[in-house]
Design a protein around this ligand. Structure first.
Ligand code: SAM
Length: 242
């Protein structure tokens, strides 16, 4: 192979460096950040508030979860911590922990918890390898998270959720699900464009239900649908058998 010299070599080095910077800034190989690109993370809270009917679907999720005082709750893929903090405020005496892969989202979450004087713990980690003892949590919740994972990672995350739950512990999930009609189908295209067509493939078919069954959960159900400007959010429930 011919060696590049002088200006050609310098040009190649600059091109390679620019490609690396571009890759680092826009694509992360081991997880998808809150709004896909790191530079958008600071806008996550207002974007979600304005585009997903956040209050409505998170309220529906918490009504379903029926968390009791003294219970330990894990928020998988907690992002900027809105749901984790909401849980700690809505259910006094609950021990709430949020876990997320993204350090910047966690920094926002911790700042919010301090501002709102809410005692919650935020931990950096991956849902596929949870750094928690087996059987620790009464409830695992998750919102707008599973569609960030490949099918293989969804399976691992569900297996890990099952492992850290106590027997009869409950998993409550809100995430993009099967679009309720053609309009919702068209609206969801934008989310798929942003978050990726591979990781959102199960959303379109409610594939999470089948994956929950395969992970050994019982009492699996989709209990509600919240239509939003960007598609239908499903509320799902699964129980760890005794
Ligand atoms: C769309 S955000 C949802 C955040 C929050 N749950 C909410 O409802 O606003 C998805 C989050 O999943 C996190 N995430 C993606 N892959 C992950 C993984 N494998 N393990 C843990 N967190 C992950 C991202 O960093 C991001 O904060």
């Amino acid at each position: 192979m011919r060696r590049l010299t002088g200006a050609a070599a310098a040009q190649q080095r600059v091109t390679t460096s620019l490609m690396e910077i571009f890759h680092e800034s826009f694509y992360v190989s081991d997880y998808i950040p809150p709004l896909r690109h790191h530079f958008l993370t600071r806008f996550y809270d207002p974007v979600v508030r304005l585009t997903t009917r956040e209050r409505v679907f998170k309220h529906a999720l918490l009504v379903q979860a029926q968390i009791k005082p003294g219970q330990e709750v894990l928020d998988l893929g907690c992002g900027t911590g809105t749901l984790t903090i909401q849980i700690a405020r809505a259910f006094p005496g609950v021990i709430a922990t949020g876990i997320d892969a993204d350090p910047e989202a966690l920094a926002i979450a911790r700042a919010k918890a301090v501002r709102e004087v809410t005692p919650v713990t935020f931990t950096r980690g991956f849902a596929q390898h949870l750094p928690f003892d087996s059987g620790r949590f009464d409830t695992v919740v998750s919102s707008l998270f599973f569609h960030h994972l490949t099918r293989t990672d969804k399976k691992s995350a569900l297996a890990e959720a099952g492992r850290v739950l106590k027997p009869a512990g409950e998993l409550h999930v809100a995430d993009w699900g099967r679009p309720a009609n053609a309009l919702m189908h068209a609206a969801f295209f934008m989310v798929r464009l942003l978050d990726g067509f591979e990781t959102t493939a199960e959303s379109v078919s409610d594939g999470l239900l089948e994956l929950m069954r395969a992970a050994g959960f019982a009492g699996i159900a989709k209990t509600a649908v919240v239509n939003t400007p960007f598609g239908s959010i499903g509320i799902y429930r699964a129980i760890k058998p005794i």
